[in-house]
Ligand binder design. Structure first.
Ligand SMILES: Nc1ncnc2c1ncn2[C@@H]1O[C@H](COP(=O)(O)OP(=O)(O)O)[C@@H](O)[C@H]1O
Ligand SMILES: [Mg+2]
Length: 304
């Protein structure tokens, strides 16, 4: 009874940025794709091990307090001399545009001694890997460990390089990327097709990606799985409560990981990921602070 599935034995490690998203109305809310994913999964009952860094400043204090209150393990979050990360967000036609500082606390991640042992699932993005320091930390996390990698590409100008992103995704177990980003990276790899799906299939094959998840905003999402089969979600419902699409991709990624850990089939996983992502676009910013909302999703999905 209630034996966790084998995959539930694997510990999820999430590495990357935690920062404040500063909106034009002056509101500053917690964010950073890896942090958002960790936040959602904590509320969905997974307790990921989040590895990041915050400053020795008031914002860093605020992050640690909020995270502790949410029940998250803070042992992987170090405090460093650099200031806590902040991102200025402008919303144009519901779409976010980001302005990101050159160097922030999350660029100074150090792997803690308390990293979980055994089989790991590692989630990381691309922003926090923009500088060599964190790139080296990632490499030492990967080296000599048995782990599956889930990579969420977020191309944030000017903080990305196509070659580096292409190196990151090679051989990954799952890559989440939105359609625009897929086109940009495919072009950098000189992969061309008139048809976007064929382009994605070629892209997946060329980089030996096991599962490629292409999200397409209000058009839904498409998975090309290990066997090369294609699964499309339908279009998400167009909600009159839409606020902004900040964090839609992170919400989608978090439920994809949840499905992975609970061993849901891909069809179920994608449907639920879309359900949650299309709820997050009705909230300002990427997070929900109400545990009851997460509990409602857990009830809907039959998670104890
Ligand atoms: N306007 C929207 N209405 C409903 N759901 C949306 C909307 N925009 C995005 N989503 C959901 O969120 C997912 C990820 O969004 P997308 O914009 O593709 O990712 P990213 O945030 O990484 O750019 C989509 O596949 C869809 O399920
Ligand atoms: Mg994204």
């Amino acid at each position: 009874m209630n034996q966790p599935h084998a995959d539930m034995q694997a510990k999820l490690v999430i590495l990357g940025e935690v920062l404040f998203d500063c909106f034009p109305d002056g509101e500053a809310v917690l964010g950073g794709a890896p942090f958002n994913v960790a936040w959602h999964l904590q509320a969905f009952g997974i307790a990921p091990f989040f590895v990041s860094a915050v400053g020795n400043d008031a914002l860093g204090e605020r992050i640690l307090n909020t995270v502790t209150h949410w029940g998250m393990d803070t042992r992987g979050i170090s405090r460093v001399a650099q200031a806590t990360g902040q991102v200025q967000i402008q919303i144009e036609n519901g779409e976010p545009h980001y302005s990101i500082d050159e160097h922030s606390a999350y660029d100074e991640i150090t792997l803690p001694d308390t990293l979980p042992e055994g089989d790991l699932i590692l989630y990381h993005g691309s922003l926090a890997l923009r500088h060599p320091h964190n790139q080296a930390q990632l490499q030492s996390l990967i080296d000599g460990r048995s782990l599956k990698r889930f990579i969420d590409i977020n191309l944030r100008d000017p903080w990305w390089q196509a070659e580096h992103c292409l190196d990151l995704i090679r051989y990954a177990d799952c890559v989440k990327i939105n359609l625009d980003e897929m086109h940009v990276l495919a072009a950098a790899a000189e992969i061309y097709h008139d048809d976007w799906l064929q382009r994605a299939q070629h892209f997946k094959q060329y980089f030996s990606i096991v599962n490629l998840l292409v999200t397409r905003g209000d058009q839904g999402a498409t998975l090309i799985n290990a066997e090369g089969d294609t699964l499309h979600t339908g279009e998400p419902p167009h909600s009159p409560a839409f606020v902004d699409s900040v964090g839609a991709g992170d919400a989608f990624a978090s439920v994809t990981l949840l499905g992975y850990l609970h061993n849901w089939d891909w069809h179920t996983t994608l449907e639920r990921a879309q359900q949650f992502a299309s709820f997050i676009v009705t909230q300002q910013g990427a997070l929900c602070h109400d545990p009851n909302t997460y509990q409602d999703f857990k009830n809907l999905w039959g998670i104890l």
